[in-house]
Design a protein around this ligand. Structure first.
Ligand code: C2E
Ligand code: CA
Ligand code: CA
Ligand code: CA
Length: 274
């Protein structure tokens, strides 16, 4: 576990100041015990073929704390991972997602899972049991893991991932291209979907090199029978370029921001759209 914590820490985009970390950890510990401060938002994932339609939603956690305000998931998920709170928090978030999927009936959803969760033996079994207890089919649920799981190359993680797959959940490799992308690992682990990190989206990555990288990632993924989602689509130009390159699905602010499924004051519902 020590090793994974170091990797997660190192990989984190920002290093939290000690004070910040302590404050967040304290509040997070209480919030996880009491519940009620977390909410899931959902961002549409849209097919690139016309007419484009939403094929699933990515569930993204939101935390609003009375004293800290809104804390970004990049921060609190990181604190949860390094403090061990990701285990109870992860179950709480899965429950929220399952409740929403149930009320939406027949929607598909993808859920982010941390390496620290997959390092827990028996994770896949409990995950499957909790989803089943909510009356949701595994075919409705996709699990997203980042390239950190590739870096760790841990036997427990590999076992739990393949068990999730055996249970009927599909697996997506998130943030592809940002870390250590081992083609060997891609062939060994059976992923269904590859999510190309938003740093590769054309509006962000302007040089010719970026376009060629994209093209070869798409070629590689298709050759391996994987579906491809491009993240961070912010402009119409992104849509055009990525569609012409052959990406299967698109996700980003241009197509829809993460929003709660059910309306609350000041927040529209994604169900009210179109
Ligand atoms: P991620 O899994 O890579 O999620 C995508 C992030 O990109 C989200 O940030 C989303 O709001 C943001 N995004 C979507 N479209 C665009 C775009 O067009 N442009 C830009 N600049 N950003 C876009 P968010 O919601 O702040 O989440 C940050 C990270 O926190 C996630 O990155 C994920 O690693 C983690 N996270 C969020 N929710 C959960 C969760 O429930 N469990 C776990 N383990 N991690 C989570
Ligand atoms: Ca994700
Ligand atoms: Ca991502
Ligand atoms: Ca990310």
């Amino acid at each position: 576990a020590r090793r994974s914590q170091e990797v997660i820490w190192y990989d984190s985009e920002m290093r939290l100041q000690d004070n910040d970390y302590k404050a967040i950890e304290g509040e997070l510990r209480r919030a996880v015990a009491e519940g009620g401060e977390f909410e899931m938002h959902y961002q549409p994932i849209v097919s690139s073929r016309k007419p484009s339609k939403t094929v699933k939603f990515e569930a993204l956690a939101r935390w609003k704390n009375p004293s800290l305000g809104r804390v970004s998931p990049d921060k609190f998920i990181h604190v949860a991972e390094t403090s061990g709170l990701i285990i109870p928090l992860g179950w709480m978030l899965l429950d929220l997602v399952c409740q929403d999927v149930k009320r939406l009936s027949c929607a598909r959803v993808s859920i982010n899972i941390s390496p620290a969760q997959l390092m827990m033996p028996g994770f896949a079994k409990e995950f499957a049991e909790r989803v089943a207890a909510r009356g949701i089919s595994p075919s409705q649920v996709e699990v997203e893991v980042t390239e950190q799981v590739v870096i760790l190359d841990d036997i427990t993680i590999a076992t739990e991932l393949s068990m999730l797959r055996d249970h009927g959940f599909s697996l997506a490799l998130d943030d592809f291209g940002t870390g250590y992308s081992s083609i060997g690992y891609l062939t060994r682990m059976q992923f269904d979907v590859l999510k190309i990190d938003r740093s590769f989206s054309p509006s962000t990555h302007k040089d010719k090199h970026g376009a060629r990288m994209l093209q070869s990632m798409v070629g590689l993924a298709h050759a391996m029978g994987l579906e491809i989602i491009a993240e961070g689509i912010e402009t119409e130009e992104d849509v055009d370029i990525l569609c012409s390159i052959g990406v299967d699905y698109l996700q980003g602010y241009f197509l829809g921001r993460p929003e709660p499924i059910f309306p609350s004051p000041g927040n529209p519902s994604i169900l009210n759209e179109t």
